[in-house]
Write a protein that binds this ligand. Structure first.
Ligand SMILES: [Cu+2]
Length: 673
């Protein structure tokens, strides 16, 4: 069976308007795209990176998936509508199930309930039908795992949809894949991230970045003079990758940011760029110095080749280090590859730029302009990150953490009958909208970080953007609306695409036109079988009951800390006072001559240093935060006063919670001795 699958996987056939590919999802050992570290990745058919997909819009795409991993998996074709078939969308927990617990290290107190496993069980199969020929979409997309952070471990590939005629003309095209790159496994990083040792919620910082190129459903190989690592030697990465250019030609570069966390700044020395597509929407040509591209975004640019072939030119992809808590000495956040005119010419690298002059995406003009319809419903979401009552840091909309339901929400929709219109039946962070509602999703970012939000199943209109939503100044805070037609019955995820933030709970599910969705029930039996194979209920409310209110057993929380005196707080205070009294008693004991010998003291100091190094992350965090205040940040980052104030307040809160947590840890340590 495995053999025949492997054989089948070598071919992708095109027949009768259906492009089929066979993806056996496998671990690949010793992949080393950055040339710095061998690691296990998640690949396809025994290779990494997973194959790039190119599909004509006259075809539909069927991806036959076999899961050879030890954990459930899903595929999400990012940006595709899946009109009235949201079960094909691959968002675990929304259209498929996820919800196991990971083994926890001692410092983690929260059950990692959101993170987890979904969809296709180990050794299971599922056919993803992507109805490209009926979705009316074209342009640049990508496919990635939407379960257990598997895309961070490598399960990600570009997907290009070619219409019969393009709006803009060019001679040739390439796809440019950007990604941040971690050397540790995603599961290990996640345990460190959602831990009481990380109450400030510092995200894992990537170890490096990768850039590589594709054309006609194949990746470009490395330049001939390179000596790439054997497992990933078929593909050129970073300085081993190059785009062959010819004078007189104009190229379309489709840039996809497949990162877990980092936004990129992208530019090419010696060449001008014009934006022509953003996230599947053709736009009027707009010249730009630097492409600023957040996680999951896509841009197409036109680049006209030089007439002079005496030099090759550097391509720059710099990660946005402002997003990182620290920039480790070992990290090179700025990677380069090149454009080659002549293999004998040297490469001109103009180096760093003073300022990233990016285009404001709201100024880009779609080729097919659609008037924004008046809204019929408004959902206001405030983005808040905070240390929760279990000591871990989580991302929330309006202070509520998203957890995946026991029953995939689309199966609740299809099985609850008339009760399917009650939002509470789907668990917290579920919003029901009516068919053809025009929904304003107003996102207020109360967090100091940047957040690239993604709505499944739709192409939102970006209809407003404010520098500072707390300001009375209309230039900083113009009227804000984001209109979205509810024309796609089903269940759709809305979440931050920074994988760490999604896993910290910054998500919600939109239950769209549930009664209309019931008329289009086409859930494949295989999806239900897969859920059942994972031991999950396939009908009823979020907890599996035929009720709108009984949600017993559903995972919720953690919750914001409640200020005031609670039994645990009183216990902690008693512990602190007891520890302090013990410390003072020790001082008295010393003065009375109860001291230890010099050798004993040396041993004790050594042990303390070792223990402190072990907790280095926590101490580092405290030091970092103690060293920054709002004014310094404001000066350094050019923030407005209210932004700086919020940032400063956030740091204060985090510092307080760090100290509380440190105190708690000292008490816990004291108890455990
Ligand atoms: Cu985010």
């Amino acid at each position: 069976m495995i053999l025949s699958l492997l054989w089948l996987s070598l071919v992708s056939s095109v027949m009768g308007g259906v492009q089929e590919v066979w993806w056996n999802i496998t671990y690949v050992e010793n992949a080393n795209p950055d040339g710095l570290f061998d690691r296990r990745v998640v690949g396809v058919n025994g290779t990494w990176p997973p194959p790039p997909l190119d599909v004509n819009t006259t075809d539909s795409l069927v991806v036959h998936v076999h899961n050879s991993l030890e954990q459930p998996t899903t595929l999400h074709h990012h940006g595709m509508f899946f009109n009235s078939s949201s079960w094909m969308d691959g968002a675990a927990g929304v259209s498929e199930w996820f919800g196991l617990f990971l083994p926890l290290p001692a410092l983690v107190t929260h059950r990692l309930s959101f993170i987890v496993f979904s969809g296709i069980p180990p050794n299971g199969d599922f056919d993803y039908v992507v109805p490209i020929n009926s979705s009316g979409q074209w342009g640049t997309y990508w496919v990635h795992a939407h379960a257990s952070g598997q895309y961070v471990d490598g399960l990600r590939a570009p997907l290009v949809l070619h219409p019969p005629t393009e709006v803009h003309s060019y001679d040739e095209e390439f796809t440019v894949v950007l990604g941040d790159w971690y050397h540790q496994q995603h599961a290990d990083l996640l345990q460190q991230f959602l831990s009481i040792a990380n109450p400030g919620g510092a995200e894992p910082v990537p170890d490096s970045a990768v850039v590589y190129f594709a054309q006609n459903a194949s990746y470009l190989g490395p330049i001939s003079s390179s000596s790439p690592s054997p497992v990933t030697a078929a593909v050129g990465f970073n300085e081993n990758a190059t785009l062959p250019f010819q004078p007189g030609k104009t190229y379309r570069l489709r840039i996809v940011n497949t990162s877990a966390f980092a936004a990129f700044f992208f530019w090419i020395d010696g060449h001008e760029m014009r934006i022509i597509e953003v996230d599947g929407t053709d736009v009027e040509e707009a010249p730009v110095d630097t492409i600023g591209i957040a996680v999951a975004q896509r841009y197409s640019i036109l680049v006209t080749a030089r007439n002079d072939t005496s030099s090759n030119w550097a391509i720059h992809a710099n990660m946005d280090v402002d997003m990182f808590d620290t920039v480790p000495d070992a990290l090179n956040p700025n990677v380069t590859s090149s454009i080659t005119y002549s293999s004998s010419a040297s490469t001109t690298n103009l180096g760093a730029v003073d300022d990233y002059n990016v285009v404001d995406d709201i100024t880009l003009v779609p080729v097919q302009a659609i008037a924004a319809p008046p809204p019929t419903k408004t959902i206001v979401l405030e983005v808040i990150f905070d240390t929760m009552d279990d000591g871990t840091n989580h991302g929330t909309f309006n202070s509520t953490v998203y957890n995946s339901p026991e029953v995939p929400a689309i199966l609740s929709t299809l099985s609850l009958g008339g009760n399917a219109t009650f939002a509470q039946a789907y668990g917290p962070q579920s919003f029901v909208v009516d068919h053809m509602d025009v929904v304003d999703i107003v996102v207020l970012n109360a967090d100091a970080g940047k957040h690239p939000f993604h709505l499944h199943g739709h192409k939102p209109m970006l209809v407003g953007k404010a520098e500072d939503y707390t300001s009375d100044d209309p230039t900083l805070n113009p009227p804000l609306v984001e209109g979205q037609m509810a024309d796609n019955p089903g269940v759709w995820f809305f979440h931050c695409h920074i994988e760490w933030h999604l896993e910290a709970g910054l998500a919600l599910q939109l239950i769209e036109a549930p009664l209309v969705a019931q008329q289009h029930d086409g859930v494949p039996q295989k999806l239900k079988d897969n859920c059942e194979a994972l031991g999950r209920p396939i009908s009823g409310n979020a907890a599996g009951f035929a009720s709108t209110t009984d949600l017993q057993g559903l995972t919720v929380g953690p919750f914001p800390q409640k200020l005031g005196w609670h039994p645990r707080g009183i216990g902690a205070m008693f512990g602190c006072v007891f520890t302090a009294a013990l410390g003072m008693a020790t001082v008295v004991w010393y003065t009375l001559g109860g001291h230890i010998t010099e050798e004993e003291m040396e041993e004790e100091v050594k042990a303390k240093i070792a223990a402190k190094e072990k907790r280095g992350r926590l101490f580092g965090l405290l030091r970092r935060q103690a060293g920054l205040d709002g004014d310094q940040l404001r000066a350094a980052e050019g923030y407005t006063e209210p932004q700086a104030r919020r940032f400063s307040e956030k740091l204060d809160r985090e510092q307080n919670s760090n100290i509380i947590s440190l105190c708690g840890q000292i008490i816990a340590n004291a108890y455990s001795r």
